[in-house]
Design a protein around this ligand. Structure first.
Ligand code: APR
Length: 320
């Protein structure tokens, strides 16, 4: 059987980490694409030379030509620019929207059967725009946010409770940003609701509120420390888990920025929800029951996403 093909659009910090992880896991052959000449080729060469040491045969190549992503099974998109000091939200939106247009065209022409995972920020708007520009079915285009956000939530909970991260099942809904909704009522530690275990362990509700707040600002905390970039190890790991769920038809329920039309009272937009990932892409969206407070938090979050979509539509006629 021919090896799978993984195309990575954007060979920056996340793109390079994705290539390394995908190669180590022998997920398939890897094509790194970037507009910057030399970067994808250089990283591909460097990463290929890990092969003899780590023992992987995955072939890693770098390119500036979309034709080389032809027939990719999975495409992971990190192309774009990060927000720099002095740049407004709309400046960033405008630049990355143009990038999504170019990437969408490239995917449409060369890899229309791929499962596409978008990581570029602002995520919920960029994944929506990428789907519009590429014209792929909604179930084949998804955004990576919830896996990362819930991993951050789980990490902080494990530290506070003094338990293994493996036993924490954390749950996050909504947009990727300050308005995301970490849902403690569906978060468990070894099956025990986190609020119950907090009582048993004498952990104050305020402590859990602090963890929720830290999770919401999880990306910003890392940007403030790094100063010259944003997180890349955990974002890459998160997208790889989603790609593996698709390639292995695992039917995992993962929090993803998926297209929701009807469920959660939403009307055709991408937002973080629990989604089943299998060979069909996003095979189902699980609609869980929410408390009134959770519902109103989700509304705040989705309103922020709708505002971004309106801004995108105002910037690009073809999105109206
Ligand atoms: N086509 C292809 N690649 C592009 C394009 C384009 N039109 N525009 C920019 N790029 C490339 C850049 O050349 C760079 O190599 O995208 C890459 C982005 O890499 P980094 O700047 O290192 O960013 P990274 O940390 O990988 O994050 C990528 O993910 O989490 C989000 O906010 C983050 O939007 C950002 C994205």
């Amino acid at each position: 059987m021919a090896r799978k093909k993984i195309a990575l659009i954007g060979a920056g910090m996340i793109g390079g980490t994705l290539a390394h992880l995908a190669a180590k896991k022998e997920m398939g052959d890897i094509v790194l694409f970037d507009i910057a000449e030399g970067i994808p080729q250089g990283k591909a060469l460097d990463l290929s030379q890990c092969g003899p040491i780590e023992g992987f045969d995955a072939r890693i190549t770098g390119t500036n030509d979309y034709k080389d992503i032809a027939g990719a099974d999975v495409v992971i998109v990190t192309a774009g620019v990060p927000r720099k000091p002095g740049m407004s939200r709309d400046d960033l939106l405008g630049i990355n929207l143009k990038v999504m247009k170019a990437v969408g065209d490239g995917i449409k022409a060369n890899a229309p059967d791929a499962f596409v995972i978008c990581i570029t920020n602002p995520l919920d708007a960029m994944v929506w725009a990428l789907r519009e520009f590429s014209g792929l079915p909604h179930e084949k285009v998804v955004g990576m946010a919830g896996v990362l956000d819930s991993a951050r939530f789980a990490t902080f909970l494990a530290w506070e409770f003094g338990v293994s991260v493996r036993d924490v099942n954390a749950f996050v809904l909504g947009g990727h940003g300050d308005t995301m909704v970490p849902v403690t009522s569906y978060t468990t530690i070894s099956g025990i609701p986190v609020n119950d275990l907090a009582k048993i362990r004498g952990i104050a509700p305020e402590k859990l509120d602090e963890i929720v707040k830290r999770t919401r600002g999880g990306g910003g905390e890392i940007v403030a420390l790094l100063k010259t970039g944003s997180a890349y190890y955990a974002p890459a790991t998160s997208a790889i888990a989603m790609a593996e769920a698709y390639l292995g038809d695992q039917k995992r329920i993962l929090p993803c920025a998926a297209y929701v039309d009807g469920k959660y009272g939403l009307d055709g937009l991408y937002v973080g929800v629990p989604a089943v990932i299998g060979a069909g892409g996003i095979e189902d969206i699980v609609e869980i029951e929410l408390s009134d407070e959770e519902k109103s938090n989700l509304k705040v979050s989705t309103d922020a996403v709708v505002e971004l979509l309106d801004a995108c539509k105002a910037m690009d006629e073809s999105l109206k």
